[in-house]
Design a protein around this ligand. Structure first.
Ligand SMILES: [Zn+2]
Length: 266
């Protein structure tokens, strides 16, 4: 349900409120057109987490360590969306690298990292097209890379499904990388955007599943908790509701932060 729904008078003959126009087709009164604004763009946001300040996420920003790293290649249109979950990965895992995808100008730093022999990068993408079937690997390839002393890297294309497909197809520097499809029965818990299907996971959920399957269980659990805290905080703010009692995921994150600060003091 939109925050902006205005009750439309049922009868076209009623007198329109001040400032209302009439629909040229039906003659019904309608509210004046407003310039397009992204949903919630007038909301006061925290500068740290970019969530509405009503339920700021900053107190729950815990950190974790993982053997696998993430390099996020984010579509420019996705970058500034406050509902983007890709950025949550970098909050939890300090080794995360963020790049903006431009079709004609690949990021020089990403190109350099792709040449770095310490890493074993995998491009995370579905295996639903036959023309790159020979590049498809399973998660055991990630375990094998670890066993051989490499740092496995999950390259995630962060954008809508269409954007991700375009990024996959239009990035020659990704063409030689093994393709790792995420195999998971998990259903999405993301409720800030409507997914095409419950099997479509958002970026942070994909990352948590990859961590879990490749053996970074603690990092996976922390990222999952942080994602849940983000999801619940954001959704509550949309309902103008302040969360007074931390959820179980929030409590676990607070505890992690307490333990981390004790370690710093030792
Ligand atoms: Zn904040």
């Amino acid at each position: 349900m939109s925050d902006y729904d205005l009750t439309m008078p049922a009868d076209a003959g009623v007198i329109a409120p001040d400032g209302w126009e009439r629909d040229p087709a039906s003659g019904r009164p309608r509210p004046p057109r407003r310039p397009f604004k992204a949903r919630g763009s007038f909301v006061v946001r925290c500068e740290g987490c970019r969530l509405p300040t009503l339920n700021c996420l900053c107190p729950y920003k815990a950190t974790a360590e993982s053997q696998a790293h993430f390099w996020l290649l984010t579509h420019p249109l996705e970058h500034n969306k406050p509902t983007n979950t890709g950025r949550l990965i970098g909050d939890i895992l300090a080794t995360t690298e963020l790049f903006t995808w431009y079709r004609t100008a690949p990021d020089e730093r990403l190109l350099a990292l792709l040449e770095d022999a310490r890493y074993a990068p995998f491009i995370v993408f579905p295996d639903d097209q036959p023309d790159y079937a020979e590049r498809v690997v399973e998660v055991d390839a990630v375990h094998a890379a670890k066993g051989d002393g490499f740092i496995p890297v999950f390259i995630i294309l962060d954008g809508t499904w269409r954007q991700a497909r375009r990024m996959f197809r239009k990035s020659p520097y990704l063409e030689r990388l093994p393709v790792l499809p995420l195999r998971s029965a998990r259903l999405t818990r993301y409720h800030l955007r409507k997914p095409a299907s419950a099997a479509h996971l958002c970026t942070a959920e994909v990352a948590a599943e990859l961590l879990r399957q490749s053996g970074d269980k603690t990092a996976a659990a922390t990222l999952d908790d942080y994602f849940d805290a983000f999801n619940d905080s954001y959704a509550a703010s949309r309902r103008h509701h302040k969360i007074e009692e931390p959820t179980p995921a929030m409590r676990r994150l607070l505890e992690k932060r307490r333990v981390a600060s004790w370690k710093l003091q030792d």
